[in-house]
Design a protein around this ligand. Structure first.
Ligand code: SF4
Length: 178
């Protein structure tokens, strides 16, 4: 069962969207250098459709997107909740921040408008780093999927010192256009 620790309304996590970002606990990824170790434990409020609807109702006049931050221990549940929410909220975008390098097997992710993939590797940096291994994919209106990771570098607020470490790109099983 999915649980979440907290949530926030954010502006940078999903390009050009006002996003209700929900931090899901019980993260199985144990990325070295993780800044959110409080999400490793199986704690928090239960995140089922009723709770998700309650959160969305509270902010629906201001948000354009809901982002599931994590949930890699139960990807089927994340995908199911996103599908149910999308079916009842026309126009509301669905995003998923996964810490895995690849999409889960046997789980349909077609209804996500955005998916971020890739473990956090401190030396390579997050999405706004030139050396990042992470990727943000956007589903276009014609169904194709585009890698939009570059957006995060172009819209970065704080300059960081460039690292010369080797880039380890995420391998995805989405056929994307560049
Ligand atoms: S995916 Fe990695 S960085 Fe994110 S909470 Fe889990 S361990 Fe931390």
């Amino acid at each position: 069962m999915l649980k979440y620790a907290n949530y926030d309304i954010v502006f940078q996590e999903v390009p050009d969207e006002v996003t209700l970002a929900i931090n899901i606990t019980n993260c199985p990824n144990a990325c070295p250098g993780c800044h959110s170790k409080y999400l490793w434990e199986d704690v928090g409020e239960i995140l089922d459709l009723k709770e998700l609807n309650r959160l969305v109702e509270q902010y629906k006049s201001g948000i354009t997107c809901v982002c599931f931050m994590g949930g890699d221990a139960e990807p089927k549940e994340v995908a199911e909740l996103a599908w149910q929410l999308k079916s009842t909220h026309a126009g509301l975008k669905m995003a998923w921040y996964s810490g895995k390098n690849d999409l889960p097997q046997n789980v349909s992710t077609d209804h996500f408008d955005y998916i971020k993939l890739g473990r956090y590797v401190a030396e390579l940096g997050a999405l706004d780093s030139a050396t990042t291994n992470q990727r943000m994919m956007k589903r276009l209106s014609d169904g194709r999927v585009k890698d939009i990771t570059q957006w995060f570098r172009e819209n970065k607020k704080v300059e960081v010192i460039k690292s010369e470490t080797k880039t380890e790109k995420s391998q995805t099983n989405i056929n994307s256009i560049q």
